[in-house]
Design a protein around this ligand. Structure first.
Ligand SMILES: Nc1nc2c(c(=O)[nH]1)N[C@H]1C(S)=C(S)[C@@H](COP(=O)(O)OP(=O)(O)OC[C@H]3O[C@@H](n4cnc5c(=O)[nH]c(N)nc54)[C@H](O)[C@@H]3O)O[C@H]1N2
Ligand SMILES: Nc1nc2c(c(=O)[nH]1)N[C@H]1C(S)=C(S)[C@@H](COP(=O)(O)OP(=O)(O)OC[C@H]3O[C@@H](n4cnc5c(=O)[nH]c(N)nc54)[C@H](O)[C@@H]3O)O[C@H]1N2
Ligand code: SF4
Ligand SMILES: [Mo]
Length: 739
């Protein structure tokens, strides 16, 4: 079934509300088994059910795992967990494919060949842990603890971050900041005094008008957000989708704005100008809550509909109509802030413009706008020592990227290459496949060659593990505890990840590995609990939870409170955490630091004759490269393709289904990838789903399947405010592969 043929509901409604494992609507069967005997008996009764938390992506829904004869036979959404509400997305339901992947890492590995050639010998845990502890300690003694850096993504990363901090290294970075949503956090912090975090506090279900700027909901499958989006569309929300590609969301939209990629800031400033010129802003709200309106008005005066058209290709009629739709629905209107916003290097300013536009709509603390989330109490485990003082992180020079709010993964790589501001000699890499995640993969390779030691902690023999000196096999999220989750959300809740089945082979949880290493390095005081259960119970007791609440959490996987006051009362004051205490439409902070106090659009470099701008996104059934070896999910989306407009293809003498290499401006190229001829993309752009084209030989289903966009992401534009890496700045040509 092609994606276009699915109805909206089938796209958006993910799992059915499944008690005991009913079928998933439209996409995947609710019960999935890799064991053919089990499939023959589908559907089967289950012996037992355990509630836990999904880690197929970082939304972290509640899962109910159904077991029979000690095997997981189905994963369904936990009705007691506010982020799943009884449903999972297809990736969550397909987690069994990760659990029972025959390619999984099941033994510690010690390198035998050259770095990068994937040759290892198996070792016992004691030998591997002794070796890692010894090497890390030796490097810390010789070069200082800050010469150890960590890259992490995922729940278990916290345990290793504690290890590094205990040792005295500040250098831990996640790619979910500078390669993903960092610029958005900064744009919102500068404007409203706070970032949005995850899950984003967007009252999507109740919005009357919604603009999505590249947020490709329906392909981006963050579960509750997609459920809320479906509800909004069902209840007649006016939907505006700005995307160079006719995305799944564009298919539901009243207005599809097929923008020239890279020009969104001109569009947003154009909307701001028009709303102010027409007097459509929420005047009373702004008078009470914002500063800098007149300076904003002046600064955006040049973004007239005519000027915006010349940049974006969006006609003035459509600009006006969409601005009016948003303004008429205000304050129950929302311009989605996006999530993966590292596009062009002006991303923090583009995000700030989106924040300003939302401010004009007056939607802060309003139904259908940005709500005010709450969080349940969760204290630290009692009696932990304080961390030693450390140097500043190595990810930037003094004064560089003054608004960065987290350590930059690209900055740590840079420091490893240059030795500035001080040498980085060892990497600890937890759950992030750096060769496919950081732009310009050659630089990652070179940085790795500069290291004395690299330890990778992963579930799969991914590319990064091939470069490691020691590989520590983690068990999957269905086989382990992690620390408790207590995110900000409309309905405050606590959630528990707990093992559903025993770990396969010799794989172990992160908490165990980190504690073992800490004890070997004399840092056991930061891991004073016996095991994760003791850690979890200790935190719950320290936070004042009673026996019955703790029992509920262990049985149901989640403990939640009633929705708190998520909207402001009429005229209620909100203490914005900006220097002025108000929403800053004009930012003195930015002016003082030498940046534009109101965002200014600057045209990015455009592709030349015969080149396409390379754009990337998600497939509904995969998460980056971490599911592209998953047999269950591959059945539904076996390989990525490069989307190209037929008009552009004709000039190249290519047809649908041809295999091509993508070559970029720097001569880098992907492996062969199939062409998908489609009117759903502008002729100046090519689009592909990220996460395919693996090179790691031991990922037997994924190796050489499809193309890896990161191979042709050799160029990136660094955000001057906060150091994020804009990656939509690469141009490719297509070269036919004869078969
Ligand atoms: N070129 C390009 N780069 C990108 C992006 C893009 O679209 N294109 N997207 C960016 C974005 S938005 C983000 S958030 C980041 C994502 O970056 P990552 O989350 O690092 O992406 P993955 O490639 O999925 O790498 C995950 C690694 O973790 C391993 N893993 C999976 N589960 C577990 C587990 O439970 N424990 C351990 N220890 N390991 C596990 C997998 O096997 C894999 O090796 O990438 C960013 N980088
Ligand atoms: N199924 C699935 N869902 C996921 C993930 C996953 O791996 N799989 N990953 C999760 C994560 S970590 C993240 S950060 C999010 C990412 O998801 P989002 O934040 O929604 O999207 P992006 O990856 O930034 O953008 C992809 C979309 O932007 C469009 N686009 C590209 N360039 C431009 C441009 O210049 N202007 C405009 N207006 N649009 C442009 C592309 O055509 C595409 O539709 O998804 C999350 N959800
Ligand atoms: S959105 Fe899907 S993959 Fe992500 S946590 Fe939820 S069910 Fe799992
Ligand atoms: Mo992301």
């Amino acid at each position: 079934m092609s994606l276009q043929n699915l109805t909206r509901r089938k796209f958006l409604a993910i799992g059915s509300v499944a008690a005991g494992g009913a079928a998933l609507a439209g996409y995947l069967p609710g019960r999935i088994s890799l064991n053919p005997d089990r499939q023959a008996h589908w559907p089967q009764p289950t012996d037992r059910m355990v509630s836990t938390v999904c880690e197929m992506c970082f939304w972290r829904c509640g899962v109910q795992a159904h077991l029979r004869d000690g095997q997981v036979t189905a994963l369904t959404g936990n009705p007691a967990h506010p982020l799943s509400r009884g449903r999972l997305c297809p990736r969550g339901a397909g987690g069994i494919g990760n659990l029972y992947d025959p390619d999984r890492l099941v033994k510690p590995l010690i390198r035998e060949g050259e770095r990068g050639d994937e040759r290892f010998r198996e070792a016992e845990w004691d030998e591997a842990l002794d070796l890692v502890a010894d090497r890390l300690q030796g490097i810390a003694d010789q070069y200082g603890p800050e010469s150890l850096a960590m890259f992490y993504h995922g729940a278990g990363g916290g345990f290793f971050k504690t290890l590094l901090k205990a040792l005295g290294s500040p250098n831990s970075a996640a790619p979910s900041y500078a390669q993903c949503r960092g610029p958005r956090e900064v744009g919102f912090e500068l404007t409203f005094g706070e970032g949005l975090g995850s899950p984003e506090p967007l009252d999507l279900a109740h919005t009357h008008a919604l603009a999505l700027i590249g947020s490709h909901l329906g392909e981006n499958m963050h579960n509750t957000q997609v459920q809320d989006f479906a509800d909004a569309v069902d209840s007649g929300c006016h939907l505006i989708v700005v995307d160079p590609r006719f995305s799944v969301a564009a298919g539901k939209a009243e207005h599809w704005l097929a923008i020239r990629p890279g020009t969104d800031l001109a569009l947003i400033l154009g909307w701001i100008h028009l709303i102010l010129a027409e007097g459509w802003e929420q005047k009373a709200f702004l008078a009470q809550n914002a500063v800098g309106l007149e300076a904003l008005r002046k600064a955006v005066a040049k973004y007239t509909p005519e000027a915006v058209f010349l940049e974006t290709g969006i006609r003035s009629g459509q600009l006006r109509e969409t601005a009016r739709l948003l303004a008429k629905a205000a304050p129950h209107a929302l311009v989605h802030p996006g999530r993966h916003v590292t596009w062009y290097g002006d991303d923090a300013q583009r995000s700030r413009a989106i924040a300003i536009l939302n401010a004009l709509l007056g939607n802060w603390g309003q139904s259908g706008g940005i709500y005010l989330p709450g969080q349940m109490e969760l204290k630290a485990f009692p009696g932990l020592p304080t961390f030693p003082k450390s140097k500043n992180p190595a990810d930037r020079k003094a004064g560089q990227y003054p608004f960065a709010g987290s350590v930059l993964a690209n900055g740590l790589r840079e420091a490893t290459l240059s030795g500035e501001p001080y040498p980085i000699k060892a990497w600890l890499v937890y759950g992030t496949n750096l060769p496919m995640v950081l732009p310009n993969p050659k630089q990652t390779e070179e940085a790795i060659h500069n290291l004395d030691f690299l330890v990778a902690i992963d579930t799969m023999p991914a590319e990064i593990t091939g470069w490691a000196d020691v590989v520590l096999p983690e068990c999957t999220y269905l086989e382990r505890h992690d620390d408790l989750f207590a995110p900000f959300y409309r309905q405050p809740f606590l959630a528990l990840r707990q093992p559903v089945v025993d770990p396969i082979g010799d794989s172990k949880p992160a908490w165990w590995m980190a504690k073992q290493l800490a004890e070997r390095m004399g840092l056991g005081a930061w891991f004073p609990w016996q095991d994760a259960e003791e850690l979890i119970e200790g935190r719950l007791r320290a936070s004042g939870y009673q026996d019955d609440q703790i029992d509920t959490l262990f049985q149901k996987g989640a403990l939640s409170e009633q929705e708190t006051a998520i909207y402001l009362q009429d005229g209620e004051d909100y203490p914005f955490a900006t220097p002025s205490g108000k929403i800053e439409l004009y930012s003195q902070q930015l002016a003082d630091a030498g940046f534009d106090p109101v965002p200014v659009y600057r045209r990015p470099e455009m592709p030349g004759q015969g080149q396409f701008r390379l754009l990337t996104g998600r497939a509904p059934v995969h998460t980056f490269g971490r599911t592209t070896n998953n047999a269950v999910l591959l059945e539904h989306y076996p390989e990525n393709e490069v989307w190209v407009n037929p008009a552009a293809l004709r000039n190249l003498g290519l047809v649908n289904g041809d295999r091509v290499l993508l070559k970029n401006q720097d001569g880098a190229q992907t492996g062969p990838i199939r062409v998908r001829a489609t009117q759903r993309i502008r002729p100046d752009s090519a689009f592909m789903v990220h996460g395919f084209g693996h090179k790691a030989r031991k990922l037997r289903r994924a190796v050489s399947v499809g193309g890896d966009d990161n191979e042709v992401t050799t160029r990136f534009q660094v955000d001057p405010l906060m150091g994020g890496t804009g990656m939509n700045v690469n141009f490719v040509t297509l070269e036919k592969v004869e078969v």
